[in-house]
Design a binder for this molecule. Structure first.
Ligand SMILES: [Zn+2]
Length: 281
């Protein structure tokens, strides 16, 4: 662990509301300041006893088209875009109160959450911030998927995605991650999905809240998105957004070179658990 810089929380409460992309359920979400070493916690205020859980990889109970945290008698799904925004802006401590099972999808990217954090203001605490540095490289291979983290002086992500689809083949992007690059290059990138997968996902009880308001839909010969694509390679930027949200479940920021080939929530969480394993050795 490195100690540089100071922990941060938000200055005051801020909130938003919207519809969950998978559940289709409307929720209100309130972001509250928290003390040093609290981490990010999610609390279900609509359930008896208002159960809460700290957002770490150990609390993950699902990775099917989103990352789901479980707590006593409840769950909160699709936490990754909010977590990405919090870690992207360097917020170490906050409590997220939510009155339903899923974080609102908003427009499918991290900007609405960044706006919520900006509205709340960022407050520096007096306690130092722990930054994870790796003692050695860590990697995972699952057929064509590959994820690795190498020791480095800053956080950098090099990502490749590849699909067998006429409108989306492969994309590559490598960039250092700091609040500036996160907000400019990653946060605006929206969720995407393939039109040909939609029926199957609906049959599995997913994407009930999907619309062109929150998802870039890739058809066989056309891409449907509100206002056109925000970047020519918006898809890979969103994959990096998701990966950063999952990486934040380390519980602390990390300085590492992350190499990701076809990342996804399941392998992302496995990498986080593997990193947590070696730093606790
Ligand atoms: Zn996403």
């Amino acid at each position: 662990m490195l100690f540089m810089d100071y922990q941060k929380t938000i200055a005051r409460e801020s909130s938003l509301h919207g519809i969950g992309v998978h559940s289709g359920i409307k929720t209100n979400l309130v972001l509250k300041p928290a003390d040093a070493d609290h981490g990010i916690t999610f609390r279900r205020v609509d359930l008896p006893g208002r159960p809460a859980v700290r957002a770490t990889a150990d609390a993950v109970i699902g990775t099917d088209h989103g990352t789901t945290l479980g707590m006593e008698g409840g769950e909160v799904r699709t936490i990754e875009h909010l977590m990405s925004a919090l870690s992207g802006l360097g917020i170490d401590n906050a409590e997220v109160e939510i009155d339903g099972p899923e974080v609102p999808m908003m427009d499918g990217c991290a900007l609405p959450f960044i706006e919520m954090i900006r509205t709340a203001g960022i407050r520096e605490l007096t306690e130092p911030r722990e930054i994870i540095s790796l003692p050695r490289p860590v990697y995972l291979i699952e057929s064509e998927l590959f994820l690795a983290a190498f020791p480095a002086d800053e956080l950098r992500i090099s990502c490749t995605i590849a699909f067998n689809h006429p409108m989306l083949r492969s994309q590559y992007l490598s960039l250092p991650i700091n609040p500036g690059t996160f907000e400019e290059e990653i946060a605006p990138a929206r969720t995407f999905g393939f039109y040909r997968d939609a029926v199957g996902l609906l049959e599995r009880g997913l994407i009930k809240g999907t619309s062109l308001e929150n998802t870039v839909v890739i058809g066989e010969d056309n891409i449907f998105s509100r206002g056109g694509l925000r970047f020519p390679d918006e898809c890979i930027r969103h994959k990096i957004l998701d990966l950063l949200g999952d990486l934040s479940l380390l519980g602390h920021p990390i300085n590492a070179m992350i190499v990701a080939i076809k990342p996804g929530h399941d392998i992302n969480i496995k990498l986080v658990k593997k990193i947590r394993g070696i730093i606790n050795e």
